[in-house]
Design a protein. Structure first.
Length: 282
């Protein structure tokens, strides 16, 4: 799945080079976004399976820190390159990078789970999904983890409208405005990976709740009171992102709260183990 996602992403970037209408362009972009979900989801599970729990949490913190550099570097480099090359060439560059990533995964990525050949059974797949979605611990954990992404995803999606359209920032100014926001996440994640001995302890996770609530409160007040330009690098998002010292990425935060009780039911948040058929469904 990881290789498939990387390959689909590369092909979708190449398809963008041949688009002749906005509809075709949006379809290609949709496929790119879908393939990124493949990569993110399977990559997370792979790290969880390849390493023991504490080490995988620290690795996810480092990986997330690297990934979060993209919202800063992307707009800056894109705005600079647009002065010299056609916009389609940017997708060509991204496609080339995707191909390099795919080859790297193909040649170096180890197989983390080795099982005997299991014949494909549509009824078995449906039964696996039924068992997963009947588990209340899994559903509660999945809902909580998904909701924890909303502030960051909202900022990534809406900040161009707030800061560029309403605030009047240029593309370069907008890119620089992301530096404090994502730098806070990166610093927090690296701090977790470097100094926190046991990030799976519920006490460690719960200690971040007051910081998170304070950040959300400042965010709401800021949206009601401040002018968009004044809110570019305000403390509201700095505090909001600092909460990620304990709850971003998934593995660093709410994962341990639901993982331990889930294990008593034979369920992992990253995978579901069927006790009757003795295989893992990712």
């Amino acid at each position: 799945m990881l290789l498939t996602g990387a390959l689909i992403f590369t092909l979708a970037c190449l398809a963008t080079l041949f688009t002749t209408s906005m509809t075709q362009f949006l379809i290609a972009r949709f496929v790119q976004g879908t393939s990124i979900c493949f990569i993110a989801t399977v990559g997370y599970v792979t790290v969880q399976e390849a390493f023991e729990e504490k080490r995988s949490i620290r690795l996810m913190a480092v990986i997330t820190s690297v990934v979060l550099v993209a919202p800063i570097v992307g707009p800056l480099s894109g705005a600079a390159l647009m002065h010299f090359i056609h916009w389609k060439a940017l997708f060509g560059i991204i496609a080339a990078m995707g191909l390099v990533a795919w080859l790297g995964l193909l040649l170096t990525m180890p197989e983390t789970v080795r099982h005997g050949d299991v014949p494909f059974s549509p009824l078995g797949v449906l039964r696996d999904f039924r068992n997963v979605f009947r588990n209340r611990i899994f559903l509660l954990g999945a809902a909580t983890l998904s909701l924890s992404y909303i502030p960051l995803m909202s900022w990534v999606a809406v900040s161009p409208v707030i800061l560029m359209d309403a605030g009047g920032l240029t593309t370069s100014e907008f890119a620089w405005s992301q530096v404090p926001v994502f730098s806070a996440v990166i610093i927090a994640n690296l701090s977790v990976a470097r100094w926190v001995k046991d990030p799976t302890r519920p006490r460690f996770v719960l200690s971040a709740v007051p910081v998170q609530m304070l950040g959300l409160a400042i965010l709401i007040v800021g949206n009601l009171v401040w002018h968009p330009r004044l809110a570019v690098v305000g403390a509201r998002h700095l505090l909001l992102r600092l909460r990620h010292r304990a709850d971003f990425p998934d593995a660093v935060s709410l994962y341990p709260l639901f993982q331990r009780p889930a294990e008593r039911h034979g369920l992992r948040l990253a995978e579901y183990r069927d006790p009757q058929r003795q295989r893992v469904i990712n």
